[in-house]
Design a protein. Structure first.
Length: 103
């Protein structure tokens, strides 16, 4: 019996390439899922005034003075270090934070 190393190595190479591709694909999927999860955490809809205040504070960097609410949004007034008061709206459904005006 003769041993042919060339024929034996081709299936091994093919198998390792398949393993590499599978591993790479799974890694990319896991990384993209964690990025999507991070995005969802940032835009999570606030359930309370304090959650809305926290989201506004992260967006504007300052001290929360007042939180008011209506049907669709929380309006958060934030005092910035510069002395300006900024009104920030936080959408109740989407959690989207938008600066409205400076007083």
């Amino acid at each position: 019996m003769f041993f042919n190393a060339k024929k034996l190595s081709q299936p091994l190479k093919r198998f390792s390439v398949i393993q590499f591709c599978t591993f790479s694909l799974i890694s990319l999927l896991l990384l993209s899922n964690s990025a999507v999860a991070d995005d969802k955490k940032q835009t999570q809809a606030p359930k309370t005034k304090s959650e809305a205040a926290q989201q506004a504070q992260q967006k504007v960097n300052g001290r929360v003075l007042k939180v008011e609410q209506n049907q669709t949004t929380y309006r958060v007034k934030v005092l910035q270090k510069s002395g300006r008061v900024v009104s920030v709206d936080v959408d109740k459904k989407s959690g989207k934070v938008s600066k409205e005006k400076k007083d």
